[in-house]
Design a protein around this ligand. Structure first.
Ligand code: RUQ
Ligand code: CUA
Length: 631
């Protein structure tokens, strides 16, 4: 045990850690029956080979070279999603989702407001779990889905343009937390958990004392329409979730089976549970009309509380957090958080459990003890699991097979290695590790604190995303990456899975409504520059081609509602224009061949300059024009 200060942070010295690593290294060697002996030529050859293999897994990506993986990182309470290059850990792009962004105009433009729909007025978000759509358990490069814990939303990012294209507020729940996708046969559904318990209905008649009507719901969302297909009411709350590789079961952790409303009540029991949902039975109940509705909306809510045929509750040690499916499709792993263990649930045994042939605990096939604060588990392609230990600030590598043998009573060491990380890891993720294509090359540990790892930057510090090479027998830390608030979770997708567009296509649905509006106004967006007035509503249509706007001036009247529609005629890759109306809080991006629009009130009389705020040309500074607001 090492010392913990009051944040639980690890104070052990580097020396101790090095000693421990060496010790583990030695034990591993001894276990393999190795003895000290002079090196033979064969041994040298093997070593050289190993070194060559290691070089192939180098994190160094030289200038001009491309990364092997796209990383999708959530931006936590920044509300965005980031695209990283892995293994370089270079940040390639930010995708605004639940946040508001002045560079792109996300949350400000009419196109983004339409996508945000009923939550267009909300400017904040807390994104946790980005996960890509799949076909037959493999990434299909189509969408990335992400939850918003802050405002109970789910959004979808289109991977052809890397922009958010759908967003919904999930009714009947508060705080959407765990989110994953159906893996097999394809991502028909996105699954996510309502974490916080609320009265059903939550109409102001509920009380703070009597919590008997409080519930959490499991949410099943249609991935194409982005509408809630159905919800399942459960006992206890819901935290993280994942799907199997058979298209049959979803599982979620519950840390508040107590239904406590205070910290001490929430952690009172020694056991909480994993709830497993049968998709087939849920769909049958839905078809049979066995549901209720709440809060005056039409979303069907199935009853999956204890005793229901739709669910099974598997007791597991104290306050489990992460829920991860092994890429061979055999196991759900629930991570103990307040227990030093993880619980391995055999997916093969779930049919028997649902047919009442076995007891819930009989589905557990291993419960290895790994260290303090297990939060999330990732997998390689060799049967190993990697679990973050939040309190120990370590990653434990363990063999799933050996953990199962040990659970049966065999004397076998399932622990392979513990690697110190800095400091306090939440999620970790392996390259393609949530799919059948798990390749055992890279592991990322998303550490919540960086402490002394970087130059001090004031009281607020970056987090530390650490890259670990897992291609060899030992995990090797190869990169420290400071990140801003707060990548919760990430995925790494091989670049062969994605083919993003270089230009926009004119029929893109993201600006289709704006194009339709122009058609109604008799405006050809690719050629016309026109001001159209309807009462006090003025629409200003203009083109842009570096380094000019189609209109270098226009006039409106004080108090007019002005909509500026800009169509970027440039066909050159990477030539994005912007439109900023000074002193009006108006800014947006117009990508090559795209149309963007933004609406504001002309509430300041006089000359107002607008300018291009995305660098596009040597005469970018001169790309500006005047709006005269007549008093
Ligand atoms: S959670 S640190 Cu929001 Cu994914 Cu586990
Ligand atoms: Cu157009 Cu800068």
């Amino acid at each position: 045990m090492h010392n913990n200060d009051d944040t639980g942070q690890d104070k052990k010295s580097g020396l101790q850690s090095a000693e421990r690593r060496n010790f583990i290294g030695r034990t591993a060697l001894l276990g393999a029956g190795a003895v000290a002996a002079p090196m033979t030529a064969t041994m040298f050859a093997t070593m050289a080979k190993a070194n060559a293999a290691e070089a192939a897994n180098s994190p160094v990506v030289h200038p001009g070279e491309l990364d092997e993986y796209y990383g999708f990182w959530s931006g936590g309470h920044s509300g965005e999603v980031r695209i990283m290059g892995v293994p370089s850990m270079r940040e390639l792009m930010r995708i605004p989702v639940f946040n508001t962004d002045s560079a792109t105009g996300w949350g400000l433009t009419n196109e983004s407001k339409r996508i945000k729909g009923d939550s267009a007025h909300l400017l904040t978000g807390d994104s946790h779990h980005p996960h890509m759509s799949m076909t037959d358990g493999r990434y299909n490069g189509k969408y990335v889905f992400i939850n918003d814990k802050a405002n109970s939303r789910v959004a979808r990012i289109r991977c052809d343009v890397m922009k958010t294209d759908k967003m919904i507020t999930v009714p009947n729940v508060q705080a959407i937390h765990g989110l994953r996708v159906q893996k097999v046969p394809y991502t028909k559904y996105v699954i996510c958990n309502g974490e916080f318990e609320i009265p059903m209905n939550n109409d102001g008649k509920g009380s703070l004392e009597d919590v008997s009507s409080y519930r959490s719901l499991f949410n099943v969302i249609d991935a194409e329409t982005m509408e809630v297909a159905f919800q399942v009411m459960v006992d206890g709350n819901l935290d993280n979730t994942d799907a199997d590789y058979d298209g049959k079961y979803f599982a979620s952790t519950c840390y508040n089976s107590e239904m406590g409303m205070t910290l001490s009540d929430m952690i009172a029991s020694e056991r909480d549970h994993v709830v497993v949902f049968s998709l087939e039975r849920c769909e049958a109940a839905l078809k049979a009309g066995k549901f209720k509705t709440y809060n005056g909306n039409k979303v069907p809510v199935l009853d999956g509380r204890k005793g229901s045929e739709l669910t099974r509750y598997i007791p597991v040690p104290k306050s489990p957090h992460g829920l991860n499916t092994s890429p061979n499709g055999e196991y759900f792993v629930a991570n103990g958080k307040l227990s030093p263990t993880v619980s391995v649930i055999s997916i093969k045994k779930l049919d028997a459990l649902f047919n009442d042939k076995i007891q819930p605990r009989d589905a557990i096939v291993a419960e290895p003890e790994l260290g303090l604060g297990p939060l999330h588990t990732a997998f390689d392609d060799k049967g190993n699991a990697y679990t973050t230990l939040f309190l120990d600030s370590q990653i434990a590598k363990w063999s799933v097979k050996d953990a199962i043998r040990a659970y049966k009573g065999e004397k076998v060491n399932y622990l392979r290695q513990k690697l110190d990380v800095h400091y306090q890891p939440g999620h970790n993720h392996t390259s393609q590790g949530e799919t059948r294509d798990a390749d055992g090359k890279w592991l990322v540990s998303l550490c919540k604190f960086s402490k002394d790892r970087f130059l001090p930057v004031g009281p607020l510090r970056p987090e530390n995303d650490q890259l670990i090479d897992i291609s060899g027998d030992e995990m090797k830390l190869v990169h420290d990456g400071p990140t801003f608030a707060e990548p919760h979770d990430c995925i790494m997708v091989h670049r062969s899975k994605l083919k993003p567009q270089k230009l926009w296509t004119r029929d893109d649905p993201i600006f289709a409504e704006t194009v339709a509006m122009a058609e109604q106004d008799g405006v050809n967006l690719m050629a016309d520059n026109k001001v159209i007035r309807k009462g006090n509503k003025v629409t200003v249509y203009m083109t842009s081609i570096a380094p000019t706007y189609g209109l270098s001036e226009f006039k409106v009247k004080l108090g007019d509602e002005v909509t500026v529609v800009v169509t970027n005629l440039d066909q050159v890759e990477d030539v994005t224009h912007g439109f900023c109306m000074t002193n009006h809080g108006v800014q947006m991006e117009i990508g090559p061949q795209a149309t963007s629009s933004i609406t504001f009130i002309a509430d300041k009389p006089g000359v107002q300059w607008y300018y291009c705020n995305w660098f596009c040309h040597a005469l970018h500074m001169e790309m500006r024009g005047r709006m005269l607001v007549e008093a």
